[in-house]
Design a protein around this ligand. Structure first.
Ligand SMILES: C[S@@+](CC[C@H](N)C(=O)[O-])C[C@H]1O[C@@H](n2cnc3c(N)ncnc32)[C@H](O)[C@@H]1O
Length: 211
């Protein structure tokens, strides 16, 4: 098993995207379809935006969406896709290490979808900062792998898989001033790199900041 604990996060994710076999899926996360499709569009921030599928989906639905990513390669690909889709005004991407801070708010929606890493990531600090840039009346959606998929490499099995309780604690529970719209372990069908299928577990936290 390779030891990733000492790896530099930016170098790790650059290498990941430069050598990644699969590209963008072209599909948004199922959690966006479930929780965000009916929200009125506004200003959105996606943390760890990868190739931009979620930001592009938001932008196509009228959101002013900003994706933040540590990997410049991922940002360049996401920007190229926004260009192809004619969405450069509404879908923006920024290279930034979230450990060093978040873009200035407020946002009507902040998403952290599978913002997990086998290398250093101060996730609890980032989630609390994310809650801090949600506008009153706005939403925070945090979805994480609650268990490793059966096809996960050994080094990815070793890292933390948040529970509902740990996620709420990271966000600073008890959450005064927030309505918890959902805080649950949710099953979804998943497909692995070789086409294998399995039922996967997501920890889903969906909160609304009270106006
Ligand atoms: C597991 S991927 C999830 C990507 C995407 N949100 C999704 O749902 O597929 C985690 C993403 O977070 C990014 N990331 C990891 N550490 C980061 C950091 N410190 N700052 C910004 N992005 C980071 C990675 O480059 C990667 O794109």
């Amino acid at each position: 098993m390779s030891d990733l604990t000492a790896a530099d996060p930016r170098a790790h994710w650059e290498e990941f995207y430069r050598t990644k076999r699969t590209g963008a899926s072209g599909r948004p996360s199922g959690a966006l379809l479930r929780f965000v499709a009916d929200l009125p569009p506004g200003r959105a921030l996606d943390l760890g935006s990868s190739h931009g599928d979620d930001v592009l989906w938001l932008a196509a639905r009228g959101w002013q969406a900003l994706g933040v990513e540590i990997s410049q390669t991922a940002v360049d690909r996401a920007r190229a896709r926004a260009e192809e889709a004619g969405l450069t005004e509404a879908a923006r991407f920024e290279q930034r290490d979230l450990a060093e801070g978040l873009p200035e708010g407020p946002f009507d929606l902040v998403t952290a979808l599978y913002l997990q890493s086998p290398v250093a990531l101060p996730r609890a600090d980032i989630l609390r900062a994310a809650a801090g840039v949600v506008r009153p009346g706005g939403h925070l959606l945090v979805v994480s792998h609650g268990a490793p998929p059966p096809w996960a490499a050994p080094e990815h099995r070793a890292h933390d898989f948040p529970t509902v309780a740990s996620e709420l604690a990271d966000l600073g529970a008890p959450l005064a001033g927030w309505e918890t719209r959902l805080a649950e372990l949710v099953e979804r069908p998943g497909r692995g790199p070789e086409g294998e299928t399995a039922t996967l577990l997501d920890t889903v936290i969906f909160l609304r900041r009270l106006p």
